[in-house]
Design a protein. Structure first.
Length: 405
């Protein structure tokens, strides 16, 4: 077990600087353009691949190979400080990779996680598809069905996935489906659908409020046939789990989608902190420059104290995130700390970016200043990977020991 410390080690400090430089020099200057284009920023992701940031090696080093748990949140805060839309375009494949890491056998992890990233000259993209048009927060009621055909050792997937980051663009779709709908989440399993598989296609591409450089779309599965070995975790383990669930015994194992979301919560919360910090820094600089009534607006306590509160909230949220990240890799959460971090960081990002617009006055309400985009981007952190209310639900159940509805 790693010792909990807020001091970053040499490697982490280097990674922080490396990604900050990339965010400052490559991501930030491209942010406005790709937000306006509302397209996946392939050239920027290629740049990230060239420096090794978009790669299996970096994913492995920052997640699986870091006993302190802090490397991933540190990295993501810097990347999303650059821009959240492009940040998610770069990190989106990491969600698919996390889905495989949380549910796959060690052999599947080694074979398929690298295929979420590819190589700089042969980029690959991954998508993690859980949500459906009628099942977002309520993951237990997924309708996408997976049926096993023993004669051919194949799974056949049918259904529509909603809101998939990189959905339809991806070379590898990681799809959670129900094998036995009567068992709710306990009847679900997660599958790999590699590129070239007939029966998988992109549905509608969503036009979004923020993070517009990140591609979000429906994924349609129409008699999509995949070999038996594409079931993450393997058939034997699934059969045992289903038998225990049918017998009414608790399996003890985390359900497929939840296992991934729990693991990625501190990472997503760290992204929110990156956006909040970026907006706060913009607001601080603007408040020192902007003169009203003959003095910089920061000389008014109303503005200076607001900036003081923004800085304090960001630091408080970061500490929750780092605590959760450390616990996730060192024995697990004891009191819904991952949800606490995600809840706080999302709220802080929304509040700080909104106040940053206020400090910019009318200019902040225009696309000429980045705080407008940052505020639109920030709202997603209250919604995906568990909404604000779902985090409250998880926390309230943990602190009360009751099945709060
Ligand atoms: C840009 C974007 C990217 C996304 N990327 C992905 C992805 O890559 N993969 C993926 O699988 N999904 C993805 N999602 C889906 C996302 O996780 C869901 O949108 C989210 O979980 C909420 O589900 P929903 O939209 O169906 O809302 P609903 O579940 O319908 O919730 C609607 C409202 O009701 C509230 N609510 C629901 N249940 C309760 C309850 N029990 N108690 C109190 N309040 C409740 C919610 O908090 C929310 O305010 C993405 C979404 C967006 C917008």
């Amino acid at each position: 077990m790693a010792e909990f410390s807020l001091a970053l080690n040499e490697d982490q400090l280097q990674i922080q600087k490396w990604i900050h430089d990339f965010a400052e020099n490559v991501v930030r200057p491209a942010a406005h353009e790709w937000d306006e284009r509302e397209e996946f920023p392939f050239p920027i992701v290629e740049e990230a691949a060239k420096i090794g940031l978009y790669s299996f090696d970096f994913f492995a080093q920052a997640s699986m190979g870091d006993p302190t748990g802090l490397t991933m949140p540190v990295a993501l805060e810097e990347l999303f400080w650059g821009d959240a839309g492009i940040g998610l375009a770069i990190f989106g494949s990491g969600l698919a990779a996390a889905g495989i890491a949380a549910n796959g056998t060690p052999e599947q992890v080694m074979e398929w996680v690298p295929q979420c990233f590819g190589e700089p000259d042969d980029l690959k993209i991954g998508a993690f598809c859980v949500s459906e048009p009628d099942a977002g927060s309520d993951v237990s009621s997924l309708k996408t069905k997976a049926v096993y055909h023993e004669a051919t050792d194949e799974w056949v997937l049918n259904g529509t996935k909603a809101w998939a980051t990189n959905g339809g663009l991806a070379h590898l779709h990681v799809v959670t489906a129900t094998v036995d709908p009567t068992l709710g989440s306990r009847g679900q399993a997660t599958f790999l659908v590699p590129e070239g598989t007939p029966g998988i296609s992109q549905g509608q591409k969503y036009k979004k409020h923020g993070i517009r450089a990140s591609h979000t779309a429906e994924v349609v599965l129409d008699d999509c046939r995949i070999p038996g070995r594409m079931l993450l975790g393997g058939k034997e383990k699934l059969d045992e789990k289903l038998a225990r669930a049918r017998g009414g015994t608790k399996t003890g194992a985390k359900q497929p989608a939840m296992a991934t979301f729990e693991a990625t919560r501190p990472a997503v919360a760290a992204q929110a902190i990156g956006v909040a910090r970026a907006a706060y820094e913009e607001a601080l600089a603007y408040a020192k420059e902007r003169v009203a009534f003959g003095k910089p607006i920061i000389m008014n306590q109303a503005i200076a104290f607001l900036l003081a509160d923004m800085a304090t909230e960001i630091d408080a949220a970061r500490m929750l995130v780092w605590r959760a990240a450390w616990l996730a890799g060192n024995g697990g959460y004891t009191n819904a700390e991952g949800s606490m971090a995600k809840l706080k960081a999302g709220r802080v990002a929304v509040w700080v970016t909104e106040r940053a617009i206020q400090i910019h006055g009318g200019y902040g309400y225009t696309r000429e200043y980045p705080v407008e985009r940052m505020h639109r981007d920030a709202k997603i952190f209250d919604i995906f990977e568990g909404t604000e209310q779902i985090q409250q639900l998880v926390i309230s159940r943990a602190i009360s020991g009751l099945r709060i509805e």
